[in-house]
Design a protein around this ligand. Structure first.
Ligand code: ZN
Length: 580
């Protein structure tokens, strides 16, 4: 090892030149493999290799193994065991300065992934901090500050329905509401914690505090971007000045739907809306990639009740009916992709049923033409196919389900229209999930933005839902989903410093922007529980490019792109150190 050296610009240059892209890549592989990840090959990758499919949901064996591995890598790089801290939702490694009373800079990212996610979301940030640790040790750099390396769990909402569980726990913001959340039919966060031998109430006490770690000067998170934009624009580093907040509302309509049991002569039609799943936060309202299956379906839904009226006026003794809407792999943070519904016609006379089915089919075609007219470039459409046999899904009684779908289509369109109007404000709004449970119709709406305009949009949507339910004399309950978050402004000086570092050390093109998706950095930046003065700590969040977007196995960041991110991070840390 070299002699311990003071930090100068020349030393920073020399240090960041020694950042090794192979190590950045092998950290990714090591974590993917320990989490049971499988190499992912797909035609869409166009021969590119290096992708893994990883399912490391929060507190799963796969996720916990990854966290333990990060702890092991801390030790391999010279952090003594006494400076490795295990928290139920995170692992920490403290690189101590020899400077007595040195303040601490916290750096972190997350180990958990969504179900069938990739190897880079969260873990690219971890890989960069691990390579920074290695190079600082190898080059014998003596910093004037401590660095607290952190690997969080629970960033994704995929496991329990609430995001940022690790960072929330570290700042003492876990509530009973959050503990009692879980996937439909699955275990709650509280239950899984208990099974892991963790006392759920322990997570209500802040851990990342000045009381535990001494004076804290800030937090830095590096992450992949959520959509493949930077690579296309030739940007190597995106420095975020704000993080959008997610306001999530659950709408329960007391529709009292009952299942239709007796059919006379019934025919069914399956209609599929060809939407495309995507991140509901980072896919802007005017982005041509926003192909929302539920919005497409709403064109049909709004016309079912009127069609029934027409059929009755024609003297046909038939009843239209329908199943629940099924969204493929629906999730709170996902734009509905492929969305399906089964429509039925029942009546005494088979000829009349046949005639009505034809009109239903015609209605689908008409709506399809309407959609093509509006979105001709987007290639979104409805497909109808007649079903010969009885269907296996519940079909609901006519009057209830038709009027429920009238209301639902109005809500879907109101959300879209309101947030489309706020596109310039970078606000987005999506009805992301649909369920019928105990006769009730349940929607969840994900609304995000960086300004207070988002809240005006939320209010407008809520008012409209109340109006719609009053008009149809159906009671509605609208509740904010636990874990909603406010927009967060990040630290200007940290952002400036990242931009300067990129310029000074020739790290490609850096741009300022904001993060449409939430991150742990947002929880940390907003918390008043960390410092003794109860002032929030300065926080930075930077992105590196991601080919293939995120939340899917084709996400990919090249070793060279990770190297630039790691160089920026390392130079930022060394420059910060020299101020103390
Ligand atoms: Zn992430």
């Amino acid at each position: 090892m070299l002699e311990q050296r003071k930090v100068t610009e020349a030393i920073i240059r020399q240090t960041i030149e020694n950042i090794n892209p192979h190590n950045l890549q092998s950290n990714i592989y090591r974590l993917a493999i320990i989490s049971g990840g499988q190499p992912f090959m797909d035609g869409a990758l166009k021969g590119r290799s290096g992708c893994y499919e990883v399912s490391a949901l929060t507190l799963s064996d796969q996720e916990i193994r990854a966290r333990k591995e990060v702890g092991a890598i801390f030790q391999e790089n010279g952090i003594p065991k006494k400076d490795i801290y295990e928290h139920p939702m995170a692992v920490f490694g403290m690189l101590r300065s020899k400077n007595p009373g040195a303040p601490t800079l916290v750096i972190g990212s997350h180990t958990d992934t969504v179900q069938k996610g990739g190897a880079f979301d969260g873990r690219a940030g971890i890989s960069m901090m691990l390579e920074m640790l290695r190079v600082l040790k190898e080059q014998g750099i003596e910093l004037n500050i401590n660095i607290l390396f952190t690997a969080f769990s629970g960033e994704e909402s995929a496991a329990f329905g609430t995001a940022f569980l690790g960072s929330r726990a570290l700042v003492g913001e876990i509530t009973d509401d959050i503990l009692d959340q879980g996937p439909p039919g699955g275990k709650t966060f509280r239950q899984v914690l208990k099974e892991r031998g963790i006392k759920p109430d322990d997570l209500k006490t802040p851990f990342l505090t000045e009381t535990n770690f001494g004076s804290i000067i800030g937090f830095v998170e590096g992450h992949i971007e959520q959509a493949d934009g930077m690579r296309i624009d030739g940007v190597s580093l995106q420095v975020n000045e704000a993080i959008a907040g997610a306001n999530r509302q659950k709408v329960v309509l007391e529709t009292n739907l009952t299942q239709k049991k007796d059919f006379k002569n019934v025919g069914f039609l399956k209609v599929t809306a060809q939407g495309r799943a995507n991140h509901s936060g980072s896919t802007m309202m005017n982005n041509p990639d926003r192909k929302d299956g539920l919005v497409i379906m709403s064109y049909l839904l709004e016309n079912l009740e009127p069609l029934q009226k027409i059929l009755t006026e024609q003297g046909l003794n038939v009843k239209l009916t329908a199943s629940s809407i099924k969204i493929d792999g629906q999730a709170m943070s996902k734009i509905p992709g492929r969305t399906e519904i089964i429509l039925g016609v029942d009546g005494d006379d088979p000829d009349q049923v046949e005639h009505a089915l034809k009109q239903l089919d015609q209605l689908v075609k008409e709506q399809n033409e309407r959609l093509q007219g509006i979105n001709h470039k987007e290639g979104i459409f409805l497909v109808a196919e007649s079903l010969q046999d009885q269907v296996s899904v519940p079909i609901y009684e006519s009057t209830g389900i038709l009027s429920a779908y009238s209301d639902v289509s109005k809500i879907i369109r109101k959300v879209k229209q309101t947030f489309f109007g706020l596109a310039k404000e970078n606000a987005v709004g999506t009805v992301t999930t649909f369920d019928i449970k105990d006769g009730k119709t349940i929607l969840q709406i994900d609304m995000r933005g960086v300004s207070e305009k988002r809240d005006e949009g939320v209010e407008e949507v809520i008012e409209e839902i109340e109006k719609i339910s009053a008009q149809s004399k159906i009671e509605s309950k609208i509740d904010q989903v636990p874990g909603s978050s406010n927009p967060v402004v990040l630290d200007h000086e940290f952002a400036d410093q990242f931009i300067e570092v990129a310029k000074q050390y020739g790290l490609g093109q850096a741009k300022r922007s904001y993060s449409p998706a939430g991150h742990d950095a947002g929880v940390i930046a907003a918390s008043k529980n960390i410092t003794n003065s109860r002032k929030p700590i300065p926080t930075a969040l930077f992105f590196i490019p991601s080919e293939g977007g995120s939340h899917n196995p084709s996400e990919y960041t090249s070793p060279e792109d990770m190297k630039i991110g790691c160089q920026a991070l390392t130079a930022f840390v060394m420059e910060t150190s020299s101020k103390y």
